[in-house]
Design a protein around this ligand. Structure first.
Ligand SMILES: Nc1ncnc2c1ncn2[C@@H]1O[C@H](COP(=O)(O)OP(=O)(O)OP(=O)(O)O)[C@@H](O)[C@H]1O
Ligand SMILES: [Mg+2]
Length: 511
């Protein structure tokens, strides 16, 4: 009622003003079509104003409806993890692996293993391993450290600030090694010795076909017999080098004394295997012997000899009781010696797979350059249950194909299925980038098309990879993608490498 009254009052006022205007400026009013013309113009103006206001008020409604209806998932529902959801997964208060320079996943999630994938120079060491090595301060760490960079960066900090026992197995410079690792101390019965000789042979003959498969199998058997014999000798002769000495006796006048030793020390079963080897055809026997000699050739390396001769002093069970940072430093110039890492990891995992007590420490294995060491036997079977022994693997790979080449397609697939966390660095190969893009999945995107054909101006929908292979490949420095099992992906940006992170450098006492 008030509104109507006010409107009538306003109309009367306007008419009065117009009437006065006509009296004062009669010519101007006449030019505008008289009082009725001006009234008409005012009405049109007011009408336009009302229509504009209504349009303005109605504008948010389609968005509100869309919001109420939820996102369109007709062609795919892939999306990034939302900020609130993200805080539940990644937080600086967590104690598991670092994802970027601040955020971490929970320890529980860290136990489901992790892979860091990125080509050389993409930042696996400086954006991920450095932070993890310095940050996992509550548990034992086993760290593959190809260039000793993590040792130089973190060992003092871990020892002095967090009370770690620091151990080094240094294949690059055995005189600076705290650990002697003689594999013969750990491989006891024949089936274990057979496995050791398999690692030795496969490190050289990773891919074999045709007759070579037969010769490799013969070489494995021959090395197993000789290793079994070495284990029966005095302590000072119990090292891998003695096997090479025995091999060198074959087809020489000294073979007779080797014959006698085998007959004297080994069980009948192994002696018969030795006789079977000797009675092979001349060519086959020679091929088996030379395959064994080629496989054992790296053992002639003096650095390997000094790192693996003598009594082992690695007390693996103590890793569960004493916080230990065990650095395994390899020699980048001698990649053919990396088979000893495979043997070492096999021994470490075997000896740590004992049900841990409540107070026992977890073991984090930070395996940078994982594909640089020959395949760990049966890792595809191991990996699913090492988790239950509270051992977490964090493997660094240059691409997915690298693991497939090393372990075979099926085994590599099983290994990946058992990896919960995946951190993707920029610059991946096209195949690996495509795999990530596919894993992230398809999203439904909307676009509005207005033109001659479509006057309705309604939104159209189409399918698009949420992050295409090209986008994965061309991420810039400091950007990375984190994937965890069924969670939506997280894209991180502005991650700092450790050498640009002043706060981190100050914390570890490098500044
Ligand atoms: N201390 C440093 N100071 C300055 N730049 C560095 C330092 N360490 C590494 N970089 C640079 O940072 C980038 C990432 O190096 P990083 O060693 O982390 O890569 P990566 O993925 O571990 O490579 P690789 O597989 O060869 O070990 C490279 O361009 C490297 O040259
Ligand atoms: Mg590196």
């Amino acid at each position: 009622m008030t509104f109507l009254g006010r409107s009538v009052e306003l109309a009367a006022l306007i008419l009065l003003v117009l009437f006065c205007l006509e009296k004062v400026f009669p010519k101007t009013v006449e030019r505008m079509g008289g009082i009725s013309g001006i009234v008409l113009r005012i009405v049109v103006l007011l009408w336009r104003l009302v229509v504009s206001c209504v349009k303005l008020l109605a504008m948010p409604f389609p968005h509100i409806f869309r919001w109420l209806r939820g996102p369109n998932t007709l062609f795919g529902a892939a999306r990034w993890l939302k900020f609130g959801e993200r805080r539940r997964v990644l937080s600086s208060r967590n104690k598991g692996h670092f994802i970027g320079h601040k955020l971490r996943i929970s320890k529980q999630r860290a136990m489901t293993h992790m892979a860091i994938v990125g080509p050389t120079g993409s930042g696996k060491s400086s954006f991920a391993y450095a932070y993890n090595c310095a940050g996992l301060t509550e548990d034992t760490q086993i760290i593959t450290d190809p260039k000793a960079e993590l040792y130089d960066l973190t060992s003092d900090y871990l020892a002095k600030k967090h009370g770690f026992r620091v151990l080094r197995f240094n294949l690059n410079d055995p005189s600076n090694s705290d650990v002697v690792f003689n594999p013969l101390d750990y491989f006891q019965d024949y089936s274990e010795i057979r496995l050791l000789s398999k690692i030795l042979v496969e490190a050289t003959y990773a891919k074999s076909s045709g007759d070579q498969i037969y010769f490799n199998s013969g070489a494995e058997k021959l090395i197993s017999i000789l290793l079994s014999l070495v284990k029966e000798l005095d302590e000072e002769r119990q090292n891998l080098m003695t096997v090479v000495d025995f091999l060198d006796m074959i087809d020489t006048p000294e073979q007779e004394s080797l014959d006698k030793l085998i007959k004297l020390h080994l069980p009948d079963r192994l002696y018969r295997a030795w006789v079977a080897y000797k009675s092979e055809g001349d060519n086959a026997r020679k091929s088996i012997t030379s395959s064994a000699r080629i496989a054992l050739d790296p053992l002639n390396d003096p650095t390997l000899q000094s790192a693996t001769s003598g009594k082992s002093n690695l007390d693996i069970p103590s890793f569960r009781r004493t916080k230990t940072a065990f650095y395994i430093i390899t020699s980048p110039a001698k990649p053919h010696l990396n088979f000893i890492l495979t043997v070492l990891y096999k021994v470490l995992l075997d000896n740590l797979m004992v049900a841990p007590g409540k107070k026992d420490l977890n073991v984090f294995c930070l395996c940078d350059e994982f594909a640089q060491m020959p395949a760990v036997p049966q890792l595809d079977r191991y990996i699913s249950y090492v988790r239950s022994f509270r051992i977490s693997l964090c493997v660094g790979l240059q691409s997915f194909e690298q693991l497939g080449l090393l372990y075979g397609k099926e085994a590599a697939q099983v290994i990946f299925e058992n990896i919960g966390s995946l951190l993707v660095m920029p610059g991946l190969s096209i195949d690996s980038a495509e795999r990530i893009s596919k894993t992230i999945g398809d999203a439904t995107v909307s676009y509005s098309e207005a033109g001659f054909a479509d006057k309705s101006k309604r939104d159209k929908h189409m399918q698009r990879r949420l992050f295409t292979a090209q986008e994965v490949r061309t991420m810039s420095d400091g950007e990375m993608i984190y994937l965890y099992r069924s969670l939506n992906p997280v894209k991180l940006s502005k991650v700092k490498p450790y050498f640009k992170n002043k706060r981190f450098l100050r914390t570890i006492g490098r500044r």
